[in-house]
Write a protein that binds this ligand. Structure first.
Ligand code: ADP
Length: 477
C-alpha cells in the first residue's frame, strides 16, 4: 500500500472551475478502491462546499506563518481531505484563481507558494499528522513548487507532476521569487527559472521524478513548439519520464441511467426515453419543442482554447440548416456578448445560457443529440467523454485527448462498431462546418445514428483502468 499525497488547487464537489476538479475528485477515490492510502491536499477556500464534518488537526509553522490544517472527507467517501487554512489568502469569496468579480488574485504567487510549502511539510511528516508520504502527486502550476522544494530534502518521497493544461504556467517576476523567500539554489534554468522569470510549472516539469499529462496524444503534442508553450525543449529532454494517462470519468455522477439532474433516465437499451430530455432542454432554453430537429450542445469555458471563435463564425451558416444550438458557459466577455447577439438574431435556433450551472450541464449532455467541441488544443477533455456516455455524439477537433477518445464515423468504423462521433482536423470554420453537416446527414438515418449512440454509450471510461496505470507508475518510482 502506498501513501499518496494528492496536491490540487480544486477538487469536485468541494470546489470546481474545470476538469482538474473532476480528476482530483475521482482519481483518489479510484486509488483508494485499489487499496491505497490517499490524502488530498486543498486550500481551505471560503467558497468550499463542505458537506462532511470538518475537524481541526494541527498548526504548521512555515515561512514565518502559522497555517492550520483541517480535515474533512470527499462527500460520501472515506477519502481524507486536508485543508490548508490561511484566511489572509483563502478566506475571501471567489474561486481559486479569481475574486468574486472575475479578477485574477493579485497575490496568486504568495497563495500557492504557501500551499506548496505546506505540502512539503506534510509529505515529510513534519506536520504532527503522523503520516509520511511515499508519493506526492502534484497537479498543474499551483503545486509546481513542491517537486522543486522536495529535491532539497533528504529522505524525500517520490514525486509525480501531472500537466492538465500547459497554457497555464504560473509565471511571476524575479522580484516575486526573492520576495517569496524561495531558496536561491532553485533559481537556475534547471529548476524554477524560465527566461529570468519564476515559473511554477517548470518546477514540476524539471524536478518531478515523473511527469504525466492527461492523454497520450497531448504528451506527444507538448513536445512540439505548437503546443509546448516554450517548454517543449525541456519536455522533449525528459521524454523518457513523460507519458500520458487518459482521464477517467466518475461513472456514478455521469450515468444517464441514474442521473437525478435530468428529466428522464435512460440507458442504451431504452434510448427512446432520451427524447424526454431533449424536450426538457428545449423548454429550458425556450426553443421550439421539435423532436426531429437535431440539437447541438456545447458546455465549457468561453476562451480561445475551446475554439469559441470558430463556433461563432460557423453559426451564421449553420442556421441555414435544420438544427438547434444550445450553449452553457462563461468566460471571455466578447465571446459572451457575440453569442448572446446570435441568440437574439435567431431565437428559434440558438439559445445561450451564460454562467456556471452543474444541473443544466447534465441536462445538456442528456438532451442534446450532438456535442460540439472544436478545441484548438485539449489536454484530455471531459465533456466528450460525458457526452459519449449519454449517447450524445461528440463533434470534435483531432487534438489532444479528443483524438484519443472519439472514433470518427467512417465506413469502416461504422462497420466494426467502433465509431462514436465525428472528427475534423483543421481548426477552421470550413472543416468544422463540413463535419457538422456530415453529422446532420447521418442523423437523418435513424438506424445508423442509434448504432453510433450505442457504440458510444458502451465504451468504458471508468477510472479503474487509469488508476491502475497511475498505481503502476507509483510502484516503479
Ligand atoms: P477544462 O478543464 O479545460 O475547462 P474539461 O472538458 O476537461 O475542460 O472539463 C470541464 C469541466 O467543467 C466539465 O466537467 C464541464 O462539464 C464543466 N463545465 C465547464 N463549464 C461549465 C458550465 N458553464 N457549467 C457547468 N459545468 C461546466
Amino acid at each position: 500500500m502506498k501513501k499518496i499525497l494528492f496536491v490540487s488547487s480544486e477538487a469536485h464537489p468541494l470546489i470546481k472551475t474545470g476538469g482538474l476538479a473532476d480528476v482530483a475528485g475521482s482519481l483518489p477515490i479510484a486509488l483508494a478502491e485499489l487499496g491505497q492510502d490517499v490524502r488530498i491536499l486543498l486550500p481551505k477556500y471560503q467558497s468550499l462546499k463542505l458537506a462532511e464534518e470538518v475537524e481541526y488537526r494541527c498548526t504548521i509553522r512555515t515561512d514565518n506563518r502559522d497555517v492550520n490544517i483541517f480535515e474533512t472527507r470527499l462527500p460520501e467517501t472515506n477519502v481524507i481531505v486536508w485543508l490548508v487554512d490561511y484566511p489572509d489568502y483563502f478566506g475571501a469569496p471567489g474561486n481559486p484563481y479569481t475574486d468574486e468579480f472575475g479578477n485574477a488574485w493579485v497575490d496568486s504567487a504568495e497563495r500557492f507558494s504557501l500551499f506548496c510549502r505546506v505540502a512539503v511539510e506534510i509529505s515529510q511528516n513534519r506536520a504532527y499528522l503522523d503520516w509520511k508520504a511515499d508519493v506526492v502527486h502534484c497537479n498543474d502550476w499551483q503545486s509546481g513548487l513542491v517537486p522543486a522544494l522536495l529535491t532539497m530534502e533528504p529522505n524525500r518521497p517520490a514525486t509525480v507532476f501531472t500537466i492538465h493544461n500547459m497554457a497555464y504556467q504560473g509565471l511571476f517576476s524575479k522580484e516575486d521569487y526573492f520576495q517569496l523567500n524561495l531558496p536561491g539554489q532553485l533559481w537556475h534554468p534547471g529548476a524554477l527559472e524560465f527566461h529570468d522569470m519564476l515559473s511554477f510549472i517548470k518546477g514540476g516539469i524539471a524536478c518531478a521524478d515523473h511527469i504525466t499529462t492527461v492523454s497520450p496524444n497531448y504528451a506527444l503534442e507538448i513536445q512540439t513548439a505548437e503546443y509546448g508553450c516554450g517548454l517543449e525543449g525541456l519536455l522533449h529532454h525528459r521524454h523518457h519520464e513523460l507519458n500520458g494517462i487518459i482521464n477517467g470519468i466518475d461513472v456514478d455522477i455521469w450515468n444517464p441511467g441514474t442521473d437525478a439532474h435530468i428529466a428522464q433516465n435512460y440507458t442504451d437499451k431504452d434510448l427512446a426515453k432520451k427524447a424526454e430530455n431533449k424536450a426538457a432542454l428545449q423548454r429550458e432554453y425556450s426553443l421550439p419543442e421539435e423532436p426531429s430537429v437535431p440539437l447541438i450542445g456545447l458546455i465549457g469555458r468561453l476562451v480561445d482554447q475551446k475554439g469559441i471563435d470558430l463556433v461563432i463564425d460557423c453559426l451564421d451558416s449553420l442556421v441555414n440548416y435544420p438544427m438547434q444550438f444550445v450553449l452553457l458557459g462563461s468566460g471571455d466577455k466578447g465571446f459572451e456578448h457575440r453569442l448572446k447577439n446570435l441568440s437574439y438574431l435567431y431565437p428559434d435556433k440558438i439559445s445561450v445560457s451564460i454562467g456556471y450551472n452543474e444541473r443544466l450541464s447534465h441536462l445538456v449532455e442528456a438532451g442534446a443529440d450532438m456535442f460540439l467541441m472544436p478545441s484548438r488544443f485539449e489536454p484530455c477533455g471531459l465533456n466528450q467523454l460525458y457526452s459519449q456516455r449519454y449517447g450524445t455524439l461528440p463533434i470534435v477537433r483531432r487534438t489532444g485527448g479528443l483524438a484519443d477518445t472519439v472514433v470518427d464515423a467512417l465506413p469502416h468504423t461504422m462497420a466494426d462498431k467502433t465509431a462514436s462521433g465525428f472528427v475534423f482536423d483543421e481548426p477552421t470554420v470550413g472543416a468544422m462546418l463540413e463535419t457538422i453537416k456530415r453529422a446532420l446527414l447521418l442523423y437523418s438515418n435513424k438506424r445508423a445514428w442509434q448504432q453510433l449512440q450505442k457504440n458510444a454509450m458502451r465504451k468504458d471510461f471508468s477510472w479503474r483502468q487509469s488508476a491502475e496505470q497511475y498505481l503502476n507508475l507509483y510502484n516503479h518510482l
